[in-house]
Design a protein around this ligand. Sequence first.
Ligand code: IMP
Ligand code: MG
Length: 192
Amino acid sequence: MKLQRQLFTEIAIRNRVAELARCLSSEYTKTGVTEVVALVVLKGAFVFAADLIRQMFVSVRVEFVQVRSYEDATSPQHAPSVQYLFNSSIFSGKHLLIIEDIVDSGNTLVALLDSLPIEPPFFPLSLKVCALLEKEVFREGILDGFHWLMENHYHVGFRIPNEFVVGYGLDHAGLYRDLADIRVLEGEENAS
Ligand code: IMP
Ligand code: MG
């Protein structure tokens, strides 16, 4: 596996993240929302989330969830496992913003949405998803059970080709999260 071409520069990422923060914040303020709970999907989304929330102009509480399926490979090794790192009833009566690094097949997002404690009495007042990247292979059909989410509540920074990417929080086997830009990783093992 080796690093290949750069897909997004640090500046391009910064500009797009600023746009997303403006867009989300104005959607919230237009509907009178002044405080949200960001649910950051670990580990990949921690860099994006840190930049995004600092540019939002509503108050943001931060919670974390870990969803695993890739382990150290470039394609899923098992069904996504979801682990909340807090008492999930905290969404009750809150505006929930899920912050994800990348949506590939969509399985991780669906597992996460399915796991949300959104049955009464634990339900959020609203739900949005903001993913930095979305692969072209992603088909919205997988979110069929979540149609309400697709209408103005699902935001994506960049759509990318079906390649394995690293940097800006995204890893391969734990490496490259610290890169400031986003690059394509290529090699024999790349199955996705
Ligand atoms: P999905 O379940 O197929 O949508 O994959 C989403 C999850 O897999 C993301 O949260 C990432 O953790 C990981 N992932 C998918 N594609 C990539 C990639 O190109 N680079 C790094 N991680 C990826
Ligand atoms: Mg992830």
